[in-house]
Design a binder for this molecule. Structure first.
Ligand SMILES: NC(=O)c1ccc[n+]([C@@H]2O[C@H](COP(=O)([O-])OP(=O)(O)OC[C@H]3O[C@@H](n4cnc5c(N)ncnc54)[C@H](OP(=O)(O)O)[C@@H]3O)[C@@H](O)[C@H]2O)c1
Length: 305
């Protein structure tokens, strides 16, 4: 299964696996993070997506260390992403924040370091509206010091990305944002691709996810016969069709699961191909619904949505 996972070449020259394990959970026992990452590496995942604000870097790092010690993978075979939180956007704060993440992860470097949100806040959560070009200078130092192989952004809108690209000495290699069949994001995806910034999908299952009862009423995609027929045709699940749809659009996916069968299921999407017409069918589910609106930052100067 491992050999089937395709990769994408980043503008930094490094290769990134097209699927990574998402690790964010609002509520989880520390052991669950560790178990999920170990399970994913055993299944063949070579890309793990974490963030300092997920408060799980210690457990993610422990799982990675365990799998390296057991000889299942080498550090070089893994692609580890973590993210700078909004309270560390001052240029001088970036390297210390990254070093803290690396310390927790027990790693010398990350493969990808992302500015998690374009908004910045102080320790009281108040808007500090730090200019992105300032934060980016700190990010560029991370590459210069060998602490991050590649750097990128997350949740940046077109205007914010365009402005950053103009001032950046080292270009952001990715923009990670929400993309799924009910939030297809064609405009921002194309905008990124035209500028050699890889669009990466977080919350790639969106409304398909089993654990989103809050979206009852908007969840036709869970029962719609058209998606069911596609799933049946390929002997796959609705979730696998959604992930495959993104992969075929050239979008790497970061599905989160702490369930062994689903961790394995989500990886098993590289052995079939949707036709152009079927891609249009999945596209037709778009309702521009954001599962992650980041509403707590809505009053911040640099709120992106
Ligand atoms: N950059 C950002 O601002 C940002 C924001 C949000 C998320 N992310 C990243 O993206 C990752 C994924 O996002 P997400 O967790 O919001 O959403 P998601 O991956 O689209 O959905 C996760 C949910 O779907 C369930 N699930 C997983 N596989 C499934 C399957 N095959 N069939 C049915 N249900 C399935 C999971 O339950 P079980 O665990 O019980 O299997 C979990 O409740 C995060 O973990 C994080 O790494 C980044």
């Amino acid at each position: 299964m491992v050999s089937k996972v395709t990769t994408v070449k980043l503008s930094s020259g490094h290769e990134m696996p097209m699927i990574g394990l998402g690790t964010y959970a609002r509520k989880a026992d520390p052991g669950q993070f560790c178990q999920a990452v170990e399970c994913a590496i055993d299944a063949g995942y070579r890309h793990i997506d974490t963030a300092s604000c997920y408060k799980n870097e210690v457990e993610v790092g422990q799982a990675i260390a365990n799998k390296i010690k057991q000889g299942v993978v080498t550090r070089q075979e893994l692609f580890v992403t973590t993210k700078l939180w909004n309270d560390s956007h001052a240029e001088a704060d970036v390297i210390p924040a990254l070093k803290e993440s690396l310390n927790k992860l027990k790693l010398d470097y990350v493969d990808l370091y992302l500015v998690h949100w374009p908004v910045s806040v102080n320790s009281q959560g108040e808007d500090t509206a730090i200019d992105h070009s300032e934060t980016w200078r700190g990010m560029e130092q991370a590459v210069a010091q060998g602490l991050a192989k590649s750097i990128g952004v997350s949740n940046f809108n077109e205007e914010q990305l365009e402005r950053l690209l103009k001032s950046a000495k080292i270009k952001p290699v990715v923009n990670q944002f929400e993309i799924n069949p009910t939030l297809t994001q064609h405009k921002l995806v194309n905008f990124c691709k035209e500028r050699s910034v890889v669009p990466v999908a977080y919350t790639p299952l969106g409304l398909i996810s089993e654990a989103r009862p809050e979206f009852i009423g908007k969840d036709a995609i869970k029962t719609d016969p058209k998606l069911g027929e596609l799933a049946q045709k390929y002997g796959k699940t609705r979730a696998q069709i959604a992930l495959r749809y993104l992969i075929q659009r050239g979008i790497p996916v970061m599905p989160k699961s702490f369930t062994k069968s689903r961790i394995e299921e989500n990886l098993n999407i590289f052995d079939f191909e949707l036709t152009d017409k079927e891609m249009d069918t999945v596209d037709s589910f778009n309702i521009d619904h954001r599962c992650v609106p980041g509403s707590i930052f809505a009053k911040c100067t640099h709120y992106p949505f």
